[in-house]
Design a protein around this ligand. Structure first.
Ligand code: ATP
Ligand code: MG
Length: 367
């Protein structure tokens, strides 16, 4: 997957214009608050995902404007393609190769990218939410049906939670809870199956990358951990198990006012030398774990989709020691990379490809 052009209009602080990237390495440097991350975020939005900064859609539109428009030309599936993303009235819509869609779901799986930013460095040590969103994000791009499934699961979950809050005031609603338990168990079972299959697939490339970083001195492993610790095998067994579990947790859920069990509480367990990296890993080991997961995500996307994703590295190089930086760049091989950093000296280290300076939302080619 190669991006040959990105243009923007009224997007964040980026000046109206276009960016013609190099097919391999693109280094975007500039001082703080100039628009480097905004540029990477613009590319990322074409994956169909939300902003990796957690921003609302309306925040993407330049101050004082009422709509933003982004366009990319890219080469994928052996042909030139294009996509337009419009953000207006608090929602996004997309056109792909001239066909207009009401939302952005259709973009999922068409344009693929892997983002690695400083926030990911706390993937190992923070709570499980970040690790679940790592799994969900990776799976959405790999299997667009997963994006729909996740959306449905979350919608049912919200409805069940709303009901849990209403029941104390309207006792007659208690009878309807079981219908939501059934729906949640059915979608939850599929979600768990998809996630645990993905973790199985990710495990080997991640182990291999970690071995490379640690010089084979340490053992790395991952596994999908459900909140209950149970491990039924089939989707039907999971459905039944979750349904029973929701029934057993009913009293607790009613007093908490939300659903306390299910895949929205699960975790990706990461171990180094058999010990939980979250509790026992050193800072360096935790960083190596994140690097291994991110690189394995990119490798798996390439193996399973037959095409390398675009790599977005937002300001991570300064956070890694030179050994890990070299390892990362070496592993990325032939992929198209967009790398941001602050100072021109760091930028000069990555020779070859394109060098661009971002100043107040304006991008200039520098050689
Ligand atoms: P750093 O090196 O600190 O990470 P950066 O170059 O990555 O900086 P960005 O985060 O890309 O900086 O850009 C931040 C700038 O974009 C800020 O000055 C911010 O005010 C501006 N900005 C953010 N959202 C909008 C918007 N909707 N409209 C106009 N400007 C915006
Ligand atoms: Mg930034």
């Amino acid at each position: 997957m190669i991006v040959s052009r990105l243009s923007f209009l009224h997007y964040r602080n980026l000046r109206e214009g276009e960016f013609l990237p190099d097919p391999r390495m693109n280094v975007i440097f500039g001082q703080n608050a100039q628009g480097k991350t905004n540029l990477l975020e613009a590319l990322w939005l074409f994956t169909g995902g939300r902003s990796f900064r957690g921003s609302r859609d309306s925040e993407l539109i330049a101050f004082g404007q009422d709509a933003a428009r982004l366009q990319i030309d890219f080469f994928s599936e052996e042909r030139d393609q294009s996509a337009v993303l419009t953000i207006q009235n608090k929602k996004r819509s997309a056109a792909i190769n001239g066909v207009q869609y009401g939302g952005v779901m259709e973009l999922v799986g068409k344009f693929r990218a892997v983002i690695f930013s400083p926030e990911h460095l706390s993937l190992v040590k923070d709570g499980p939410a970040l690790r679940r969103s790592f799994l969900d994000g990776a799976l959405c791009q790999l299997r667009p049906v997963y994006a729909k499934l996740l959306f449905q699961y979350n919608r049912v979950l919200q409805q069940r939670n709303a009901l849990l809050k209403d029941i104390p005031r309207h006792a007659e609603l208690l009878d309807t809870l079981e219908i939501w338990d059934e729906k949640l168990a059915q979608r939850g079972a599929r979600l768990i199956m998809e996630r645990s299959k993905y973790v199985c697939l990710l495990s080997e490339p991640a182990r291999r990358v970690y071995e490379g970083i640690s010089g084979a001195r340490e053992q790395f492993s991952i596994c999908y951990r459900t909140v209950s610790g149970e491990e039924p095998q089939t989707e039907e067994q999971w459905r039944q198990y979750l349904f029973d579990l929701l029934g057993r947790s009913r009293r607790e859920d009613l007093s908490a006012g939300f659903t306390t069990v299910g895949p929205h509480r699960d975790d990706l367990e990461i171990r180094v030398d058999e010990r939980q990296a979250r509790s026992f890993g050193s800072q360096g080991q935790q960083r190596s774990c994140v690097l291994a997961l991110k690189l394995a995500e990119a490798e798996l996307l390439q193996t399973l989709s037959g095409e390398a994703p675009v790599i977005l590295l937002d300001d991570v190089m300064s956070e890694l020691d030179s050994g890990r930086q070299d390892f990362l760049l070496h592993q990325l091989g032939e992929k198209q990379v967009f790398l941001t950093c602050c100072d021109p000296e760091t930028a000069a280290r990555y020779s070859g490809g394109g060098r661009f300076e971002m100043e107040q939302g304006r991008l200039t080619v520098r050689q």
